[in-house]
Structures are given as C-alpha cells and as structure tokens.
Design a binder for this molecule. Sequence first.
Ligand code: SF4
Length: 310
Amino acid sequence: MDKNVLVQEIIRLKKEKNAVILAHYYQNEDIQEIADFIGDSLELSKKAQTTSADIIVFAGVHFMAETAKILNPNKKVLVPDWEAGCSLADGCDPKDFKTFKDQYPDHVVVTYINCSAEIKAMSDLVCTSANAKKIIGSIPLNQKIIFAPDQNLGNYLQKETNREFVLWKGSCVVHEAFSLDKLIDLYKKNPTAKIAAHPESESQILKIAHYIGSTSGIINFIKTDPTAVFIVATEAGILHELAKAVPDKTLIPAPTTEDNTCACSECAFMKMNTLEKLYWCLKNESPEIIIQEQLRIDALKPIEKMLQLS
Ligand code: SF4
C-alpha cells in the first residue's frame, strides 16, 4: 500500500476505534510522525495510565506494551510486531531469575522496567533510567539490593549512590555496541562537542561522557545546554525528535564497533515495527497483549510503587 494511503487509513481507523498510538523515541520516523504521543518508557507508562482511548497501539517493544496492559487491564493493548523483543528482557528468564533471587533471601529486588511481567512480579520495586537514582535512594542504606537485568545501569547506579548491589548480568545489545576508540576519534575531530550518553552504555563510554541520563534526560540536556555540537550515545531514533526541537544544533550519533549503513546504533527490535504492521494490527486488533490476572496484579505492585516515588 502507498505510504500516504497507509497514513490516511491509520488515522481513519484510529478515529473509528477510539485508539491511541504511543510510540517510543526509538521508533522509525514514519511511526513517530503518526503517533499521538512519543516518549521514553516512563513517559509512555504514565500516558498509558491516563488515556481515555479504548485501544492502545504500543509502537515499541514487547515489555513496554506489557507494562501498558498491566496498568490498563480494561483496555485493548496491541503491538505492531509480536516479535519485537529486547535483549535485556529476553536475557532474564523467570526460572533462572527465581533461582538467582533465592540465593539472596534478605535482599530487596529492584528491576529496570526493561523486563517481562514475570520478572516484575518477582520484584519489590521497578525503576526506569529516569528515576532509578530516586528509587534506590528510597531504600534504607542498610538494606541489601539485587539489581536486574541491566548490569551497566546497575554499575552506574552503584557508583552514583555509593552502594553495592548484587547484579544480574544482562545488557542492552544496542548500548554495548558503541566503540570507545571511534568515539574518542570523533571527539578529537569535534573538540567543542559534548558527549551525552545513556546509562545502559558500558562504563568506559560513561567515563568520557559530559552528560549521562535517560532518553528524556538526554533530550532535555541537548535542548537546554548552549553547546552547538553533541555526540549522542544512545539509540539513534531520538535524533529525529531532537533535530526538530533544536534545528540550529549539530547532532552526531556515537559510532559503533561494527560498521553499518548509518554508522550509528539502532535497535533492531524497535525497528521491526513498520507503518504497514501498525496498520494491520489496528485493522485486525491483533496481536493483542493478554496477561493472566494474578500475574498482572503481582507485576503491578512494584510499578505502582515506582510511579508513587517518581
Ligand atoms: S535499545 Fe536495548 S534496551 Fe532498548 S529495546 Fe532495544 S535492546 Fe532493549
């Protein structure tokens, strides 16, 4: 189908079915353009909780749509591509995590939102990269902590909060792909630039960053800092929204170890969603996220605590 026809059809179906499209910053530009809201995982969770639409089309990855369903059991939550996963969520198997957790019975479990409903249900608190320091800060200093599933974010938080965690050794394939050597070379060619990095990146990248923060944190930093050139070490999808917001600034994606066509870092899972798949999922109201009710209730508790604390 022609792109313009697809866009018109999606708009028509959205109206007809009282649907809302929530899109993560890492989505393709076409999807960002048609979305009702664009945000990071925390912003989208909040938006999912307050929407009056009957159908939520979640253009992101599976765990994000699952979080929207946990928060909105009475709404139909659809995903354009069922296979759009996440290396962090998929690398934390519930059975293995239970065995791991059982070794530390006196620890509270804090999990990054990038995990399945089963892992959330085994957690005391959930966090995002935007509120993680605040969530850790709410836990008494003498309380031992398990942090999962992102070891890079966990390592960063240990340094920032001056505490020690037991870490689950998961990682994001996208944020681990940045090349330190290429980044240093790029910086030497742009010595006035500032490097902004997401804390899912490895410690050697974070060490040379001028700013470390969540997706929305990076966006706000680049919007408000007077610097003219930024090297951005996170998924390249955020550059689309940013370029519109700061047209006078130069935004350079941080280089990856592998040479790829755009010389930047893109999440293959996020990019599985297309305009065409979005159209079909809205038309057929499928694939739909379904969560067994007890699991939903158990997974909701640590998310609600997070939302109260943030
Ligand atoms: S960028 Fe990384 S953490 Fe985000 S969805 Fe992709 S694999 Fe998961």
